[in-house]
Design a protein around this ligand. Structure first.
Ligand SMILES: C[S@@+](CC[C@H](N)C(=O)[O-])C[C@H]1O[C@@H](n2cnc3c(N)ncnc32)[C@H](O)[C@@H]1O
Length: 245
């Protein structure tokens, strides 16, 4: 695939998956107890090592080559900015800045987000901001369960609080993500068109330069506490049970 010639995900699925709401409710009602891999526990320890508990924490989840993590850290010099990806190869690719100019409070760690997110929740961590930029879309109808919002880990994501931002070039993914987040939080969440004037990631730059429409779901979760997975069952039934910290 040549640059600026990228295609939007093609799928037989034209709208929100008919089984999405049921999957989100099921995952919210049943605790996800997959055991943690040791390397993910170490990754969380390393990500939080030396953090004073007061500096804002920003997570770039699935950061890929981490160009976004660098930009976010440069824009937030007081924050601990953590870029997480499962691919060591992507994390270690050459950066657009020399090592010496990389922001000091930025950390890149290799981890599986399925564990990393839950380990942060276990520790009572609250994020200042949380980016999920251009996650793998898994556009096949039968791959619904691989999309983040239909995965059993998703109820943990809003429990981390902060301003959550997900961007995608597949509108269906954006609409599904918004619906799932709305079910979990009891909030009204929408998927909106997005103009990437200054692209944050290589994917964003490529999609923009290919003339594609981009979408984002942005929600300020603030300090709202979602006390547990079962919360979503009530939220999906239209009963809002959020409590302020
Ligand atoms: C399409 S790429 C987008 C990368 C980057 N955010 C960007 O926009 O350039 C999706 C990234 O998510 C990462 N990823 C997928 N599943 C993951 C998981 N379970 N844990 C950590 N990273 C994951 C992949 O390795 C990949 O780098």
């Amino acid at each position: 695939m040549s640059y600026a010639n990228s295609r939007i995900p093609s799928s037989a699925q034209a709208g929100v998956h008919e089984h999405l709401a049921r999957a989100v409710e099921r995952h919210a009602a049943a605790p996800f107890r997959k055991p943690y891999a040791t390397y993910n526990e170490h990754a969380v320890e390393r990500a939080l090592e030396g953090w004073d508990g007061r500096a804002p924490l920003i997570l770039d989840a699935g950061c890929g080559v981490a160009h976004s993590t660098i930009q976010i850290a440069r824009a937030n010099p007081d924050a601990r900015v953590i870029g997480v990806d499962q691919s060591e190869d992507r994390l270690s690719r050459r950066k657009p800045y020399p090592e010496a100019l990389l922001p000091g409070k930025m950390l890149l760690v290799r981890a599986d987000l399925v564990d990393f997110w839950r380990l942060l929740v276990d520790r009572g961590i609250r994020l200042h901001a949380h980016y999920i930029l251009y996650p793998n879309p898994w556009p096949k109808i039968g791959h619904l369960g691989r999309r983040w919002h239909a995965h059993p880990v998703f109820p943990f994501v809003p429990r981390l609080g902060g301003r959550l931002e997900m961007r995608t070039n597949w509108q269906v993914y954006g609409e599904e993500f918004a619906l799932a987040l709305g079910l979990l939080t009891g909030r009204s969440v929408s998927c909106e068109s997005y103009e990437a004037e200054t692209p944050l990631t290589p994917f964003e730059r490529k999609y923009r330069d290919s003339g594609q429409a981009l979408y984002r779901v942005s929600l300020d979760l603030g300090d709202v506490r979602l006390d547990g997975p079962a919360e979503a069952v009530h939220a999906s039934a239209g009963i809002q049970r959020e409590s302020q910290r």
